[in-house]
Design a protein around this ligand. Structure first.
Ligand SMILES: C[S@@+](CC[C@H](N)C(=O)[O-])C[C@H]1O[C@@H](n2cnc3c(N)ncnc32)[C@H](O)[C@@H]1O
Length: 250
């Protein structure tokens, strides 16, 4: 298996062993230590970019992602979900919706061993994603009418896992953002229902409250278990949560 995680990755072996074993604490097993870096409000920097910079510099997941060679701190959200619900099995076939910059795709490739020719990992995003060995990436709007057919052609068979970390850029208007993310999750679910093998797993990012409940009825009908989960790596101040639906009834 080639290591997709750059010079910073510790031997490319964290996250999951080649034998499929999980290293405990891969997601949350570290704590922020060391001194807090203070960011001063500088001349041209706005208060919001100062806050962003402060958060980046003092976020243990940002530092750990860099150390392990993950392209995003979001990688830890998927690691923590998998630590709990064990869906990323060696040989699994995975579709990652909203893949850029590629953290979840890297985690999926590691766990299913697709770089060794086992399973399959397909990612899609509006934005370009730097190539990841073991993954096929398509740059396309998932809401484009051609997207589901293109993904199905790439899959060339059923999927075991459909992941959606898709989020449209924030409008600053909470209700609008909420409706947009639910729209993406609904489209992801529709796609998942078409491609998942019986027993499959569907995971999607939603925002807590409101229309999230509208997704519940179809999810409960189609999956044996449905949970709402906020992984530790998800920022406390963010309303994002993940629906984890397992045991697709087919
Ligand atoms: C939070 S990021 C995903 C991070 C990713 N899981 C990772 O670990 O690197 C959300 C992504 O969803 C993508 N996205 C939003 N709407 C989309 C759409 N309609 N089609 C494809 N991608 C979309 C965005 O471009 C963005 O890259």
């Amino acid at each position: 298996m080639r290591n997709n995680r750059g010079a910073g990755a510790r031997g490319g072996a964290r996250g999951s062993g080649r034998d499929g074993s999980r290293d405990s604490g891969a997601g949350g097993g570290f704590t922020s230590r060391g001194l807090k870096t203070r960011v001063k409000t500088a001349g041209k920097r706005s208060a919001s970019s100062t806050r962003w910079l402060d958060r980046q510099l003092n976020d243990p997941y940002v530092a750990e992602a860099k150390k392990r060679g993950y392209r995003s701190r979001a990688a830890f959200k998927l690691l923590q979900l998998d630590e709990k619900y064990h869906f990323l099995k060696p040989g699994a076939r995975v579709v990652d919706l909203g893949a850029a910059p590629g953290g979840w795709t890297q985690v999926a490739v590691d766990h299913v061993h697709s770089a060794d020719g086992r399973g399959k990992v397909i990612g899609i995003d509006l934005l370009p994603v730097e190539p990841i060995t073991g993954a096929e990436i398509i740059e396309l709007d998932f809401m484009d009418p051609s997207a589901p057919a293109k993904l199905k052609a790439m899959l060339n068979g059923p999927a075991d896992i459909v992941l959606s970390d898709m989020a449209a850029s924030s409008t600053g208007h909470a209700q609008t953002d909420h409706l947009k993310i639910i729209g993406l999750a609904e489209a992801a679910l529709e796609f998942a229902r078409e491609v998942l093998a019986p027993g499959g797993t569907f995971i999607a990012k939603v925002l807590a409250g409101g229309a999230t409940n509208e997704l519940l009825a179809p999810l409960k009908r189609d999956f044996a278990t449905v949970r709402h989960v906020k992984p530790e790596a998800s920022r406390k101040e963010s309303a994002e949560i993940y629906v984890v639906a397992q045991g697709f009834r087919g």
